[in-house]
Design a protein around this ligand. Sequence first.
Ligand SMILES: CCC[C@H](NC(C)=O)C(=O)O
Ligand SMILES: NC(=O)OP(=O)(O)O
Length: 318
Amino acid sequence: MKKFTCVQDIGDLKSALAEAFEIQKDRFKYVELGRNKTLMMIFFNSSLRTRLSTQKAALNLGMNVMVLDINQGAWKLETERGVIMDGDKPEHLLEAIPVMGCYCDIIGVRSFARFEDRDFDYQETILNQFIQYSGRPVFSMEAATRHPLQSFADLITIEEYKKTARPKVVMTWAPHPRPLPQAVPNSFAEWMNATDYDFVITHPEGYELAPQFVGNAKVEYDQMKAFEGADFIYAKNWAAYTGDNYGQILSKDREWTVSDRQMAVTNNAFFMHCLPVRRNMIVTDDVIESPQSIVIPEAANREISATVVLKRLIEGLE
Ligand SMILES: CCC[C@H](NC(C)=O)C(=O)O
Ligand SMILES: NC(=O)OP(=O)(O)O
């Protein structure tokens, strides 16, 4: 594997899952593979799970690890080409990227959507500059339009907990005080559409995701109807994608907050969320603390998804 930015990069899902469950049984099985190989993790945005689980995955494989928070300690970076750099940014990304590539073997990048220009975000400008100019294999630690390490962990978790071959999986929008990226819902939808699950997306009108991610999923504007008979509930907030509303909050309707009311019409569904989660905005205390909440095993599987991805990137090194 030469990059990991989307579901297509992992190839056949059944073999990726087999590898994940093998590593889950013995996460140090390939501890020699990464000897004298260096992972560089670059964060343009905050992180807890991605930062810790990806570092742990690298250690599982015997790698050296370097972590850089671009906005703390490094020079402020200009990212636009053609800009006269007479402002507060002393360095351009187009120099910084190949320099960082000199010091490592594999690069992970977190760079969220900026919500200033939809094309800039949806062309994955920052991530693609790392792919083009670093000279190293690059993987996404959540970029502008996807979060594949999260989605792979979500799939592993559903496969672990499902009680039927083709579970009904419902992704529901929920309210949040800030406009959050579409990367997690886009990516979850992309991975769910790559399975044979019964996948439904539910959100208020105006929160339609980009069609290339919705794919063949059923979209249901009535949340209670969507929840009927569900086996898994995946809750997430996202800002509007469509038209002039890009990056905007259209609703903070707390009727969409996942509570016992909605969970009561499911098939005793498991509750999932990528975390961090705003309690009593996205989900009530009772639901996220219930025996059906699997948000912690879901977060634990981030170590497994990252170990599989790093293993395949190391194996792909010349
Ligand atoms: C894994 C989630 C990261 C980010 N969450 C926040 C709070 O910014 C998001 O919603 O994309
Ligand atoms: N789910 C996830 O990626 O969490 P962090 O933003 O804390 O890394």
